[in-house]
Design a protein around this ligand. Structure first.
Ligand code: ADP
Ligand code: MG
Length: 313
């Protein structure tokens, strides 16, 4: 496979009896990207990641990591790859420090590098404070961070995560997101694919999105492009009194306005252009004397996401 992409999935298919969980999926993960693998529950994310990490076999198709076919040579393909795909199991009587040491021994690291890596990684996953406490007493979020720590012991250049914040309480979620954000900011040779069904988590952490539904690829691109495909912004203008035709047409007449419609008691406006244009729109709306008291920009990514999911039903 000649490709610079650390992960390359080609016509991947997984059937359970007559049910197709992954439907001829093609996916390319760019080097050094942080890709959010998005899709509603049941879309086929876990199935795809389990095939990629050789936990289950595909019905047909190929999956390459660093150019090596996972189905043909899983050991070589998964060398230098950190994965957290299934709910991790630990020895509850071991501490985080002992657990990472154990992992280091299994993968053949020297005693010195085990000791330096263990403390570096425990700090990275925010577990230093509990490094000598038994895992049996830990929350799910803490266990999940130790699982990520284990994956980092591989010194990976590719990390594969299946819903790393799923099932965590709000604090556990926030901590895991912070750990992932730091990982992204600190690493220069690291490619991450992380599945999620939560859009705002992905938009917060990732620079690329691959969106699937019913096992099929819907779109894969940079977040900035998906959320801003036609250079328009949707703005909601709140006015004191429900807008009449005259109010709407005044807004419609402003510079860079493509459309203006009544939306409940608000005005739904599409504005074309960049940040400067939004400033001008804000000032123009205020100067209209239509009783406007708020102008807010809708999340374009969310609008695009909901539209894409709806179209793929
Ligand atoms: P996601 O992770 O996106 O929520 P999954 O990959 O877990 O989705 O599942 C995709 C679809 O495949 C779902 O409809 C699920 O019920 C089905 N599925 C997953 N595993 C099995 C299995 N072992 N046997 C039958 N159906 C399965
Ligand atoms: Mg899943």
């Amino acid at each position: 496979m000649s490709s610079d992409n650390p992960i390359e999935i080609v016509n991947l298919r997984k059937e359970y009896g007559t049910f197709v969980a992954v439907d001829d999926l093609n996916l390319s993960i760019k080097k050094n990207s942080f890709t959010g693998f998005l899709g509603p529950n049941g879309a086929g994310k876990s199935t795809t990641l389990k095939i990629l990490t050789h936990l289950i076999n595909a019905t047909s198709g190929e999956a390459y990591i660093n150019g090596i076919d996972v189905t043909k040579d899983p050991k070589a393909a998964l060398t230098g790859v950190g994965t957290v795909v299934e709910t991790p199991e630990f020895y509850s009587y071991l501490t985080p420090k002992e657990t990472l040491k154990y992992v280091g021994q299994i993968i053949g690291m020297s005693a010195e590098s085990i000791s330096s890596e263990t403390s570096r990684i425990l700090a990275k996953v925010k577990m230093t404070e509990w490094e000598n406490k038994k895992i049996g007493t830990f929350s799910k979020g803490m266990r999940q961070r130790i699982a990520l720590g284990q994956a980092l012991m591989n010194n990976p250049n590719v990390i594969i995560l299946d819903e790393p914040t799923s099932g965590l309480d709000p604090r556990g979620m926030a901590e895991m997101r912070e750990v992932l954000k730091n990982l992204r900011n600190d690493s220069n040779n690291l490619t991450v694919i992380m599945s999620s069904h939560v859009l705002h988590e992905v938009s917060d952490l990732c620079d690329r999105i691959a969106l699937i539904n019913h096992g099929k690829m819907i779109v894969q691109d940079d977040i900035s492009i998906i959320g801003n495909s036609d250079g328009t912004k949707r703005m909601i203008v709140k006015v004191e009194e429900a807008p009449n035709k005259e109010t709407i047409s005044k807004v419609m007449g402003l510079n860079n306005v493509i459309s203006a419609e009544r939306f409940g008691n608000d005005i739904d406006v599409m504005v074309k252009g960049d940040a400067g244009v939004r400033v001008q729109f804000f000032n123009d709306v205020s100067a209209l004397n239509i009783g406007a008291y708020s102008v807010s920009e809708e999340d374009n990514l969310e609008t695009a996401y909901l539209k894409l999911i709806k179209e793929s039903r």
